[in-house]
Ligand binder design. Structure first.
Ligand code: F6R
Length: 260
């Protein structure tokens, strides 16, 4: 695992965007796994800027979002469909038919989840999965005790996640209790992972994910099992990492590291 500590949120977002650019340069028809929430906003803003300024091309890209709230229609302002269109899709040139987001309103959740997994496989698997992290250590909506081999399915949100996400809704009671989410196993199948974290509210979860035991109590710790995972954090989110100096040393020495 590579851990990159940046001075602030903007720098964190730029480094994450650079990794997306590298993946697209190597494979213009890459399959990208997308995350929502406040953390990736800066990353999406930077990708939109690169699309508009440098013609970063998404015309052959396919995307799969991690999750969606159950019960919210696609035009609900707090749905992840709406979020993705507002903050990213409507500003870049991904063909609409290449965009995949779990349905929060399907009539048959198990069948939809199975279809979503098949669709990822049909598209050749996810090349780069973008991840945020919940303050309870979740990735996607894989709440504590989610199996490390879980696949796309329905999950009940934890009290912590409902509290955290209440800031986006008028009332706490409006936060959906259920979500459809890719599983930890689905995420681990991606060829590359980037996990971004910002602010002191994430410091504990980041330390547990990076340096703690691999445990389904902190599903983000599953990234330790992945052979190409990059964690990008700002200083505040890095505050509880005990090996901070070492990560900074590795990153600073990276340009002169032997490549072959
Ligand atoms: C959203 C998702 C979640 C968020 C996490 C952090 O698609 O997968 O795991 O990444 O809840 O959310 P923010 O960034 O709002 O703190």
């Amino acid at each position: 695992m590579e851990v990159i500590i940046q001075p602030n949120y903007d720098q964190m977002s730029k480094i994450a965007a650079q990794i997306v650019v590298e993946v697209l340069n190597a494979k213009p028809n890459a399959v990208l796994g997308m995350a929502t929430g406040s953390t990736p906003l800066g990353l999406y803003k930077e990708l939109v800027r690169l699309h508009q300024k440098d013609q970063l091309d998404f015309s052959r890209v396919t995307t799969f979002n991690l999750d969606e709230y159950v019960g919210l229609p696609v035009n609900h302002p707090q749905s992840y469909h709406y979020f993705m269109h507002e903050h990213f899709f409507k500003h870049v040139n991904i063909p609409p038919q290449n965009i995949n987001i779990p349905s929060g309103t399907t009539s048959n959740y198990p069948a939809f989840c199975e279809w979503y997994e098949q669709r990822i496989a049909q598209c050749g698997g996810i090349d780069l999965q973008i991840l945020g992290i919940g303050s309870d250590g979740h990735i996607a909506f894989n709440e504590p005790t989610s199996s490390m081999s879980s696949r796309t399915r329905l999950k009940t949100l934890s009290k912590q996640t409902i509290d955290d996400n209440a800031r986006f809704f008028e009332r706490r009671e409006d936060v959906p209790v259920y979500a459809i989410t890719m599983g930890v196993g689905t995420i681990l199948d991606a060829r590359k992972l980037i996990l971004i974290g910002s602010g002191k509210a994430k410091a504990r979860a980041i330390a547990q994910a990076v340096e703690g035991p691999v445990t389904s109590m902190v599903t983000a710790s599953a990234i330790q099992l992945h052979r190409d995972a990059v964690v990008i954090v700002d200083r505040e989110a890095a505050a509880e990492l005990t090996m901070r100096d070492y990560y900074e040393f590795i990153y600073a020495a990276k340009p002169s590291a032997p490549r072959s």
